[in-house]
Design a protein. Structure first.
Length: 337
């Protein structure tokens, strides 16, 4: 439940805009509490989570430091909210970043199995939506145009949960208005990186596997587009059917060939070194990450500009060849729908 809220106005320092700090908290009533809760929280649909980090020590991360103080002593809420607003103002180095209202909120968590996890929200609104105000004017009505904050989509936000403090808290982040600066919210302001959890390992395993099938496999082995489609389909089916990922089980069931398995292992090691990540070979599969990644696993064979074949199942139902007319695919099926 939303228990505390304060609003600051953060301009763009490069454009010589002002920073305006509220001198007191916003007094919540039930009507606005519910509306604001819905506006702030509905933007966070993904299970992907992040954590704060610092260049040297974690405590040197300004947002981590401020939220830690609030979690320890709620009486510091207003003071630390000002520090957060000042930090956001100071890191603005791009003239395209829009000024906006900065909402700092405290949420009291619901008790689950004897544990209650509070959270702190930091939200920024930038885009203003035009709307019409209809005012009575004698025996008719007058129309006046104005601008305000639309409640359909939050521009920027994060929710910091009061757990995993030692590793940088668990943080949910959204940025729906990058203004031509993709680093402003995630990197410059919050300084967060993705958490090393089930979502991360599911996402990264599928990502490196897709890269291998699409980029590396055709270079090392005689592989048709239909073969690639089968590999992609089998991998997604594996992740949808299993609850846990086991590297050896996955490679034997999906890749099968020993030489292909060895090649994938080398490709995965190179990927981890290049991206500076460590991907587990044994983890619980996250359904949300599978659903998100599967959107990019569409097995489509594009033939010139004339046809596209969507492959959903049995590779044996597709044959490839050539004759005097050119290359062809032969498709077998039981019924036409």
């Amino acid at each position: 439940m939303l228990t505390k809220l304060i609003i600051h106005k953060v301009g763009n320092k490069i454009n010589q805009d002002s920073l305006i700090l509220s001198q007191q908290e916003y007094q919540l009533d039930e009507e606005y509490r519910e509306m604001l809760e819905d506006f702030f929280l509905k933007a966070f649909k993904s299970e992907e989570q992040f954590q704060f980090y610092g260049d040297s020590y974690l405590v040197n991360n300004p947002i981590y430091s401020s939220v830690s103080e609030i979690f320890e002593d709620l009486a510091k809420f207003q003071y630390e909210s000002e520090n957060i607003a000042e930090h956001l103002y100071d890191i603005t180095e791009n003239p395209r970043v829009q000024a906006g209202e900065l909402f700092i909120a405290h949420f009291e968590g619901e008790e689950t199995e004897g544990v209650k996890i509070d959270s702190i929200g930091i939200f920024k609104t930038e885009n203003k939506t035009p709307f019409l105000k209809i005012q009575p004017e004698g025996e008719t009505f007058d129309i006046e145009k104005d601008y305000g904050i639309g409640l359909t989509k939050l521009d920027k936000g994060c929710i910091i949960y009061n757990n995993f403090k030692e590793s940088g808290y668990a943080v949910s982040v959204v940025d729906n208005n990058k203004n031509g600066d993709q680093y402003y919210w995630f990197e410059d302001f919050l300084k967060v990186k993705q958490r090393d959890d089930e979502y991360f390992h599911t996402q990264e395993t599928l990502a490196v596997y897709k890269d291998f099938i699409v980029k590396q496999l055709p270079q090392e082995f005689e592989t048709t587009k239909a073969d690639q489609a089968e590999f992609l389909n089998k991998s997604i089916e594996f992740f949808k059917e299993k609850e846990k990922f086991d590297y050896e089980e996955f490679t034997k069931e999906v890749l099968q060939d020993a030489n292909v398995i060895e090649s994938f292992g080398n490709f995965k090691s190179d990927y981890e070194q290049e991206m500076q990540v460590s991907i587990s070979e044994d983890f619980a599969i996250n359904e949300s990450a599978v659903k998100k990644q599967s959107r990019g696993f569409k097995s489509v064979i594009k033939l010139d500009k004339n046809f596209s074949i969507y492959v959903h199942g049995d590779r044996k139902m597709i044959e490839q060849g050539s004759d005097e007319k050119g290359k062809y695919y032969r498709l077998y099926f039981d019924e036409e729908k």
